[in-house]
Design a protein around this ligand. Structure first.
Ligand code: HEC
Length: 135
């Protein structure tokens, strides 16, 4: 009886380890970009990120192409060295003259897409201007 329980435990551990390996392999396979882009068409989450960028006033300060201006940093430049976690923390908590967005439900819910959009701009993969949603 005890032996069976122990064996079951080992099986669970092996299954978990296998799953872990499978997950890291698929993560590597998808690690390239958090967005999909074909020309001016992007995946749904990224498309929503673009809309948030315009509607939630990011654009007002960081500019329509996200390249910043006199008093505002270029997000195209910033995201070359900024992790997704740092990006989210900065946007949600604010920093100096950067307002906090943690009270803004649309931004909180869409933060991954916002990051994906700006990462795509930073990578030079997503062009500035109008986008469409991939079918
Ligand atoms: C009122 C103007 C304003 C708005 C609106 C604004 N930002 Fe900012 N943002 C700033 C300023 C100013 C900084 C520089 C903060 C500092 O000096 O530490 C900044 C910094 C940042 C940074 C860090 C850049 C770096 O170089 O480290 C990110 C990322 C960022 N903003 C994203 C956003 C996003 C996404 C939005 C919209 C949801 C947004 N910002 C809206 C003014 C703004």
């Amino acid at each position: 009886m005890r032996n069976n329980v122990w064996q079951a435990g080992v099986k669970v551990l092996i299954a978990a380890a296998t799953l872990g390996v499978a997950t890291s392999i698929s993560t590597v396979a998808h690690a390239e970009t958090p967005y999909k882009v074909e020309g001016t068409s992007v995946d749904k989450a990224t498309f929503n990120g673009w809309k948030l960028y315009k509607r939630q006033r990011c654009e007002t300060c960081h500019g329509p192409t996200a390249e910043g201006g006199a008093a505002f940093p270029s997000l195209v430049a910033a995201l070359k060295n900024m992790s997704a976690e740092d990006f989210k923390a900065t946007v949600l908590n604010g920093r100096n003259n950067m307002p906090a967005f943690k009270g803004n439900k649309a931004v909180v819910d869409g933060i991954d897409g916002l990051y994906a959009y700006l990462k795509g701009r930073s990578d030079g993969a997503i062009p500035p201007g109008e986008l469409q949603e991939l079918p």
